[in-house]
Design a protein around this ligand. Structure first.
Ligand code: APR
Ligand code: ZN
Length: 363
């Protein structure tokens, strides 16, 4: 076929090891760019797919939290140059659907690269025998090179370390955005964050940025509580019964960053009357949580879902990179270990056990 040779870590079905394969890549088409990956985080959303909790097509190169260098521009691409450092967005808005027209790109119903590029006309990646291979969320960041929609490649400060830039592509923006954009936390308020993975720790940093007065972190893992202290919480505990006293009778905001029905229900209990619960963590598909309707209504509580931190990547990615450069976001705390592509299966195992914040592939 004569495409550009590359390698990627391929998902071939639930509960199977990801394997590195040699692949061939087409040149970028209209409105697309060829990128060389610099780094990719291993996020819990990759694990949901590998564990079969979220149904996704196969075979695809997995990974959706990455930073890359632009190597070539397809026809008609504007606003990007070769050698730009870009953070890849896992949703490239169509800019035509109702959500996009409402300026809510995270709710886009027709994102470019949707279906993980398994539609014949969208496939850019193949096995040497010609079988089409998708790119997860249109970006497949566990691939050494990819062809992506130009609107998914967001230029940021070129001095941003690649592993930090990668995390901005998902966990960091999701966590900070949940607090700043979705919840709209204001100076002086109290915030409880349940679950201190890459997303929850970023939510803590978002609460610091928003000048919350009280920030309480909850996790079952002691090591995570220590990381949360470094990220700027006022209190960190494994015991939800302490939250009431720590927040003077209930938090203004509770952020759930795990995706368990038990902690979703806990979040609704921990927020003060009139307060807001923001749900970031995603459960396996199809799960339902319950709450006391009478009390929720009587106490005027609100529940919000936050997808991708209600962020607009083209605006929020460069802004977060600048805040990092200004020393206002201690994102280095999130990088537990840098690894190679061959270590991703092990990194997924660590994520299953709640061990460490983020492991980041550096190419
Ligand atoms: N109570 C408190 N903390 C818990 C509990 C529990 N019952 N169970 C797990 N945790 C903690 C873990 O110790 C870990 O610190 O929740 C954290 C989850 O972190 P990660 O697995 O690293 O997940 P992350 O990548 O941050 O994503 C969190 O957001 O976008 C979604 O799909 C993503 O559902 C996932 C969630
Ligand atoms: Zn993610």
């Amino acid at each position: 076929m004569g495409g550009l040779e590359t390698r990627g870590l391929v998902f071939t079905g639930p509960r199977r090891r990801l394997e590195i394969e040699g692949l061939e890549l087409d040149p970028p088409g209209e409105g697309e760019v060829l990128v060389r990956m610099l780094a990719s985080g291993v996020c819990h959303s990759d694990l949901h797919v590998v564990d079969g909790e979220w149904e996704r097509p196969s075979d695809v190169v997995l990974g959706h939290e990455g930073a890359a260098i632009v190597e070539a521009l397809g026809p008609g691409v504007q606003g990007l140059r070769e050698n730009d450092l870009v953070v890849l967005a896992w949703t490239a808005p169509c800019e035509a659907c109702r959500a996009c027209r409402r300026n809510q790109p995270w709710l886009c119903t027709q994102p470019l690269g949707d279906g993980h590029r398994l539609k014949e006309e969208d496939v850019r990646l193949r096995r040497p025998d010609g079988t089409p291979i998708g790119a997860y969320s249109g970006i497949g960041t566990f691939g050494e090179r990819q062809v992506v929609a130009a609107s998914a490649a967001i230029p940021v400060d070129p001095n941003t370390p690649p592993e930090i830039a990668a995390l901005i592509g998902c966990g960091v923006t999701t966590g900070i955005g949940a607090v700043v954009n979705t919840a709209g936390v204001r100076a002086g308020e109290s915030v409880v964050v349940i679950g201190l993975g890459g997303v929850g720790l970023s939510a803590v940093m978002g609460a610091t940025l928003a000048e919350a007065r009280t920030i309480v972190a909850l996790d079952t893992n002691q090591a995570k509580l220590e990381l949360a202290r470094q990220a700027g919480v006022t209190d960190a505990t494994t015991d939800p019964a302490e939250v009431d006293a720590l927040t003077d009778g209930g938090a203004d905001h509770v952020i759930e960053a795990i995706g368990l029905t038990s902690t979703v229900e806990m979040a609704i209990d921990l927020v003060r009357p009139g307060g807001t619960v923001t749900l970031v963590g995603m459960t396996p598909q199809g799960e339902r949580a319950s709450f006391d309707v009478y009390r929720l209504v009587e106490e005027g509580k609100q529940i919000r879902g936050s997808n991708y931190g209600s962020a607009t990547p083209a605006v929020d990615f460069p802004r977060i990179a600048r805040l990092y450069a200004d020393g206002r976001l201690p994102l280095d705390l999130l990088v537990t270990e840098t690894i190679g592509l061959e270590d991703v299966n092990r990194a997924l195992g660590a994520l299953r056990r709640g061990d460490g914040a983020r492991r980041v592939v550096v190419y």
